[in-house]
Ligand binder design. Structure first.
Ligand code: AMP
Length: 405
């Protein structure tokens, strides 16, 4: 039997899961996901003995909890030699309470539950994952890894809204998200950038959800997402930055309900809303419909504008990183963004960009531009190993390895 850490990452309509050997750090020994939850759920085995298999699931399996139970059974069938000894979860919101991962006990669970209102589209699903594992293996330790934690190093002014100050005291703050992705990038940046990794970097996490993070010495100093993951850049279906007056207009003058407005800005806006075609960048890049082209233009425009604001906050820029679905795989989008950053001295090498090389800038570029695939699950596995599996000596080694990786 191989002892493994199971990592669960529950999104609003998907579940990503992966198993990592306790004794080794690198690639998972099994990986699977379920997408299309709520409409037409599909399971895919991504690695392990059944790698490549795809299976449509009964549409009456609608809850994350029931689907995780199904997935755990499936894991047992595909990989009978694995024994799950600990579980790690992505938890979207840690509020002001968590600036690091936490071993889950009743108090931690209660605190996570209490933050559900801040991330209603995600936090309840993250909790479902924790409950499902507790039902399957009540005895194993579980660890919560928070998407907000990486940003807790930001200066107070970067976290404040210009609202009456009691709101900040009550937790109405700019928290920032995608923290596990940024933490991973910060941990591997020295491999790519050497000692320059300690400088002023902007990481562009451009996936279905999208945000930018300004880092100095590998720590977050500012980010584009705020109180919720709706803020900042234009995304697949989310509008990003929006004049609050628009919300008031929709509610007051157009008679839309709160739920309708919430749905509009979360599910019907962004690339999908502006193009009227798709939230998937691949569809828009292939389309010659002018609406698709305008949606791409706005996507790039918003990135370039907000990146400029972060450069100002950093007082200059020493390097740029692209990551997540669009950032890792779309050469044309990287090219369009880089072209608008010529004022910073950014120069892309077209061949390196086309093949998605790890460094895509020219040697005479004023700053290096990297493409680094993110690994949120790997970060969760590493934290779970440290908090739930390791002896004190091994914990120290793990921390040292993370610090130098
Ligand atoms: P993520 O949320 O990081 O999994 O990113 C998913 C998104 O990445 C998809 O919705 C697409 O918009 C985008 N994407 C994935 N592959 C490509 C590609 N080859 N070119 C452009 N966009 C892509």
């Amino acid at each position: 039997m191989t002892d493994v850490i199971l990592v669960i990452n529950c999104g609003s309509s998907s579940i990503k899961a992966a198993a990592y050997a306790v004794e080794e750090r690198p690639a998972p020994v099994w990986k699977g996901n379920i997408t299309g939850i709520g409409s037409a759920p599909v399971y895919r085995a991504l690695s392990g003995t059944a790698a490549g298999e795809r299976m449509a699931l009964a549409t009456d399996m609608t809850t994350h909890r029931s689907l995780i139970h199904w997935m755990l059974e499936r894991l047992g069938q595909e990989m009978p030699s694995l024994r799950v000894v600990a579980a790690g979860h992505r938890v979207v919101h840690g509020g002001r309470h968590f600036d690091a991962p936490a071993l889950i006990d009743d108090t931690v669970l209660e605190t996570i539950q209490g933050l559900s209102d801040l991330a209603p589209g995600h936090q309840p699903h993250n909790l479902s994952g924790i409950h499902a594992i507790a039902e399957a293996w009540p005895e194993i330790p579980q660890v919560a890894c928070f998407d907000t934690a990486f940003h807790r190093t930001q200066p107070r002014v970067a976290q404040l809204f210009a609202l009456p100050r009691h709101f900040a005291d009550e937790g109405v703050l700019r928290y920032g998200f995608h923290g596990l992705s940024y933490e991973y990038i910060a941990s591997v940046l020295p491999r790519h950038a050497g000692s320059q990794a300690n400088g002023r970097f902007i990481v562009a996490h451009l996936g279905n959800g999208a945000s930018l993070c300004a880092m100095q010495e590998g720590r977050s100093v500012a980010t584009t997402m705020g109180f919720t993951a709706l803020d900042g850049l234009m995304m697949g279906k989310r509008c990003g930055d929006l004049d609050p007056g628009v919300i008031m207009h929709l509610l007051r003058d157009r008679g839309m309900s709160v739920d309708e407005v919430y749905h509009l800005i979360r599910r019907e806006s962004g690339l999908l809303g502006v193009s009227g075609i798709s939230n998937d960048m691949r569809d828009l890049l292939e389309s010659d419909d002018p609406r698709a082209q305008e949606a791409i233009e706005l996507f790039v425009h918003r990135i370039v504008s907000q990146l400029g604001a972060l450069v100002a906050q950093l007082g200059g820029l020493d390097g740029l990183v692209f990551t997540a679905g669009i950032g890792e795989r779309s050469a044309p989008i990287r090219e369009r963004i880089a072209a608008r950053l010529a004022w910073l001295g950014v120069r892309l090498d077209p061949a390196a960009n086309a093949e998605g090389a790890s460094c895509i800038s020219t040697t005479d570029s004023a700053l290096p531009v990297f493409v680094i695939p993110t690994d949120e699950e790997g970060v969760i596995a590493a934290h779970t190993r440290t908090l739930a599996c390791a002896t004190p000596r091994a914990q120290r080694r793990e921390r040292e390895a993370l610090a130098c990786s």
